[in-house]
Design a protein around this ligand. Structure first.
Ligand SMILES: C[S@@+](CC[C@H](N)C(=O)[O-])C[C@H]1O[C@@H](n2cnc3c(N)ncnc32)[C@H](O)[C@@H]1O
Ligand code: SF4
Length: 378
């Protein structure tokens, strides 16, 4: 049963149809309530069902909307032995959904192809996803993706007009498109269904006029097209004029705490992939197993806070990621905020966040009847 639910969850998380189902669940009502029990049944309390591994936090470009560059943080490449240690641990559990990127550009890791090969050797039913800016995609990458059956290669393209692309991402769009076409041609020549290719555009002031042209350009090529609203990375990037305001209200506990931690290149485990400055660290896989961290005190502290409705602490206060999934919990499973909880804002074993790493803006909580981002997305 757990395996079946696990596959449903992987599908919900990864596919385009799954994203439509998520949207309808977010609308709430009876359907969302009925879904709570099976969705809770998918939680694996022993070992996360899905997680990110960051091959590197380095990047070859600096997109204007990305919070990757941050003070007081060293960038690096994941050590091969550490990668193997993480993947070896998965052998004890069933198939997992593993995303091979977090904040940096995964193609910059020289052993990315071997990472895919090794992971599929440990369990061919593991699902592997990669998001890349695609600018350094080479024939040998494409060959490794096809040969080792990478499940999804997602390219963050983001524009149709080369000048827009230069402004937003800072590279050569024609060159990038040629690289994506090379991968599609190689797949076709080898009659391979792997990897599924997806291309993305982010809706923001510079690109909003190109969204339809982007869809029209890429859909006929048989790739998935994803259109996403610009995110503010829990306050990590400024909200600019012309962008839809981020509205955070009627919060519910965030699914990330039960489903999707991220392992940073250096082995530190963040409870969420939006932890751009590693302030949401719940452990380190160089010192402990991922299972120990997943069952540890720090993650429990965050889960407990969310279940009690205590969201106003630096890692979570400004985030709207919780809106991507419905509330998994019934009211009777939640507590109420404790007296004085506002001062209890640092997880056990963590230092208070340095003042210069506080989120760059604070989301205002609206009070009126205005349209919310939840409504907009529906
Ligand atoms: C941080 S990137 C890392 C992987 C890779 N470098 C890439 O660009 O695909 C992961 C995803 O976040 C997206 N992204 C970056 N900044 C964003 C923002 N402010 N809002 C929404 N998505 C964003 C990227 O387009 C990409 O799809
Ligand atoms: S979105 Fe991706 S490509 Fe752009 S700066 Fe961030 S990590 Fe690099």
């Amino acid at each position: 049963m757990g395996k079946v639910l696990g596959s449903v969850f992987q599908w919900l998380r990864g596919s385009t149809l799954g994203s439509a189902v998520r949207k309808s669940l977010r609308k709430g009502g009876v359907v969302a309530d009925l879904a709570k029990l099976p969705l809770q049944g998918v939680i694996d309390w022993e070992f996360p069902r899905s997680f990110n591994i960051e091959p590197t936090s380095h990047c070859n470009i600096a997109c204007i909307m990305c919070p990757r560059e941050r003070p007081n943080k060293t960038d690096g490449f994941m050590d091969w032995d550490l990668y193997r240690k993480i993947v070896d641990e998965t052998a004890k559990y069933g198939p997992r959904s593993i995303t091979l990127h977090k904040d940096g550009e995964p193609l910059m890791h020289k052993r990315l192809g071997e990472m895919i090969e090794y992971t599929k050797k440990i369990n061919p039913r593991h699902k592997l996803y990669i998001s890349s800016n695609g600018l350094i995609l080479k024939e040998q990458h494409a060959q490794a993706f096809i040969k080792h059956k990478l499940d999804v290669f997602h390219v963050s393209i983001g524009a149709v007009n080369p000048d827009t692309y230069k402004t937003v991402r800072g590279g050569n769009l024609e060159d990038l498109e040629q690289r994506v076409r090379m991968l599609l041609d190689m797949k076709k020549a080898q009659k391979s269904e792997f990897p599924k290719v997806a291309v993305q555009i982010i809706r923001m002031p510079e690109t909003v006029g190109e969204v339809q042209a982007f869809i029209d350009k890429w859909e006929p090529l048989g790739v998935f097209v994803t259109v996403e609203d610009v995110r503010h990375w829990a306050g990590g990037i400024e909200q600019r004029e012309g962008e839809d305001p981020v509205h955070v209200r009627e919060r519910h506990p965030c699914h990330a705490l039960w489903f999707a931690p991220s392992i940073n290149w250096d082995g530190q485990v963040s409870f969420c992939c939006f932890d751009w400055d590693s302030q949401g660290v719940i452990g380190d896989v160089r010192e402990k197993t991922l299972a120990e961290i997943w069952q540890g005190e720090r993650i429990k502290w965050h889960r407990d806070k969310h279940l009690r409705g205590e969201y106003n602490y630096p890692e979570c206060a400004n985030c709207d990621h919780y809106l991507d999934y419905p509330d998994l919990w019934f009211e009777w499973q939640k507590g109420t905020p404790r007296e004085g909880w506002e001062t209890d804002i640092v997880a056990p074993g963590m230092k208070p966040r340095p003042a210069n790493q506080m989120p760059k803006f604070h989301i205002t909580i609206p009070t009126g009847e205005e349209e919310t981002s939840t409504q907009r997305r529906n």
